[in-house]
Design a binder for this molecule. Structure first.
Ligand code: AMP
Length: 109
């Protein structure tokens, strides 16, 4: 989608610190990290928010990639947290579905 920031990052039109990419997802460091490791994992398909993901396979794929990236790319053996903010009330600022991976320290609730 032409006006979507995360679509522009996928296309390379806006720079990002990429940590992983395959045919279905793109992952990069959050520009304002909330933990020592803070990575965003986004599907390459433009899906505005969680409620728009009508195909359960997309969500299963996204969770599988999150776990792969956390364990095998970011080496978060001690564990990590996933956050998906949904709509303004949930704190969503960028309307392209994304999972935050947070780790690298013991996280308070
Ligand atoms: P959310 O509030 O769940 O929509 O999260 C959006 C996240 O995107 C925030 O944590 C921002 O810090 C992050 N962000 C915004 N712009 C960029 C960017 N250009 N590169 C990397 N992360 C970004």
């Amino acid at each position: 989608m032409s006006h979507c920031l995360f679509c522009k990052i996928i296309q390379g039109d806006i720079p990002a610190n990429k940590v992983y990419e395959d045919d279905q997802v793109f992952a990069f460091n959050d520009i304002h990290p909330k933990a020592p490791t803070h990575v965003l994992v986004i599907p390459k398909e433009h899906i505005p928010t969680l409620s728009d993901a009508k195909d359960p396979a997309i969500l299963g794929m996204l969770m599988q990639r999150v776990d792969h990236i956390a364990n095998d790319v970011l080496n978060l053996e001690a564990g990590y947290r996933i956050i998906i903010n949904v709509l303004e009330g949930g704190g969503q600022e960028i309307f392209h579905l994304h999972a935050h991976i947070l780790g690298g320290k013991k996280l308070p609730f």
